[in-house]
Design a protein around this ligand. Structure first.
Ligand code: VGL
Ligand code: ZN
Length: 202
């Protein structure tokens, strides 16, 4: 068992991000056995859950004429328009059935405000609206995070960058992550993480 300062943060291992889901990440379900087996090493285990209302403005279908994977200008800046995914209360928003969800002490939901997307587990895409995860981790004395899950270049990367900026010691365990890789997004995310002091563990 690792010391009480160490947390495992499992990002968005939900049906819609796994093969067969609405926003499937290639190989998304392959990472689950590794995540399940390392959970026992961590005194603190947190799951995040992408959790959107059907009216969410990150969905292409809520922008007349827009197609999935195009860009829109939101109040906070550019935003990818996604296929409708992880709608609150649907099967697609549930955790993948193979994930050991019972090991989690905390589930943090994000992306529930219709007008703001939230890739990061710490701040929504406006970069200022907090999810509350920072306070939870600090009040439990956590200083080191290992991040796993989906997708490497969006929710995992944004979470890792925010965590590093907040002063946590952050490792992305790449073997237990899979990427969307949209227009070079994986290379961009990896460069940003390297520049921000996020450790990348193959
Ligand atoms: C994610 C796109 C939209 C993710 C969530 O979990 O990486 N990506 N919503
Ligand atoms: Zn989403």
């Amino acid at each position: 068992m690792l010391p009480a300062t160490d947390a495992l943060i499992v990002i968005d291992v939900q049906n819609d991000f796994c093969p067969g889901g609405a926003l499937a990440v290639r190989g998304g379900a392959e990472i689950i056995p590794e995540i399940n087996s390392i959970m026992d090493e961590y005194p603190v285990v947190v799951l995040t859950q992408d959790w959107h209302p059907g009216t969410h403005l990150s969905f292409a279908e809520n922008h007349p004429g827009a197609v999935p994977y195009s860009m829109a200008e939101m109040a906070y800046g550019p935003q990818v328009l996604w296929p409708t995914h992880c709608v609150q209360g649907t099967k697609g928003a549930e955790f993948h059935p193979v994930l050991r969800t019972g090991m989690a002490q905390m589930v943090i939901r994000k992306g529930f405000r219709p007008e703001i997307d939230s890739y990061s587990a710490f701040f929504e895409n406006d970069r200022v609206t907090a999810t509350g995860l920072e306070g939870y981790l600090r009040s439990r004395g956590v200083t080191r995070l290992e991040l796993v899950g989906l997708a490497t270049d969006f929710c995992v990367a944004y979470s890792a960058l925010d965590a590093a900026r907040l002063g946590f010691e952050v490792t992305v365990r790449a073997s237990a992550c899979r990427a969307i890789d949209l227009n070079g997004s994986l290379d961009t995310a990896r460069a940003q993480m390297a520049a921000t002091g996020v450790r990348w563990r193959d």
